[in-house]
Design a protein around this ligand. Structure first.
Ligand code: E4P
Length: 219
């Protein structure tokens, strides 16, 4: 399973890159708005650090506008993936862009039917938002299971980015059901490292090593 970082924060991206476990980055207008940065410049900066797929979202609501934005974004770097909302206009844009070889990530996917439409239009990725489904009392991960099964049935090449991830359990379940990619906030990555038994084990090793060194120094 590939891990993408879901942020536009360059410090977090650099830190995650040093950990060596990040395959790409996803951004959205909300995440970019939290940063004090020019959108295109930040995307370029992220691409230089990550050297993997970096999703940058269009904000037009009609296909023509999305296509124009997408062509400009794609010129920033070969790593740019254009994020397109799951609307009829968005799907028209995906069809045109995929024919031009521009990579797309269809975002705001909340049903398997939407995922089928995106795949048929030639989307490189689909992003089902599981956390937001959980928020309204649905089982977000069931959607991932459905899409995994459908894409397998028809050998669709579109990859599934499990998005709107809120906690490490989401990452674990996504891996079990076979999501291709999980995009996670930096805080979730930090939590994934943690296990109380690791901390306890390390504490004991350090204490025993200290005792051993004291004993050896007295010999
Ligand atoms: C994915 O591409 C989105 O940027 C993101 O996962 C949305 O997550 P949220 O529901 O926590 O805003």
């Amino acid at each position: 399973m590939k891990i993408f970082l879901d942020t536009a924060n360059i410090e977090q991206i650099k830190e995650a890159q040093k950990l060596g476990i990040i395959d790409g980055v996803t951004t959205n207008p909300t995440l970019v708005s939290k940063e004090n940065a020019v959108f295109e410049e930040r995307i370029s900066e992220i691409c230089e650090v990550v050297k993997g797929p970096v999703s940058a979202e269009v904000t037009s609501s009609n296909a023509e506008g999305m296509i124009e934005e997408a062509r400009k974004l794609a010129k920033i770097s070969e790593h740019v993936v254009v994020k397109i909302p799951m609307t009829q206009e968005g799907i028209k844009a995906v069809k045109v862009l995929s024919a031009e070889g521009i990579k797309t990530n269809v975002t705001l996917v909340f049903s398997a039917l939407q995922a089928i439409l995106a795949a048929k239009a030639g989307a490189t990725y689909v992003s089902p938002f599981i956390g937001r489904l959980d928020d309204i009392g649905h089982m977000g991960m069931e959607l991932i299971e459905q899409i995994v099964q459908i894409f397998k049935n028809y050998d669709y090449k579109t990859e599934i980015i499990v998005a709107s991830v809120r906690h490490p359990e989401h990452v674990l379940e996504a891996a079990i059901v076979g999501g291709d990619i999980v995009t996670v906030p930096f805080a979730v990555i930090e939590k994934m490292f943690k296990h109380p038994m690791t901390d306890l084990g390390l504490e004991r090793f350090n204490a025993d090593w200290k005792k051993y060194q004291e004993y050896m120094s007295k010999k």
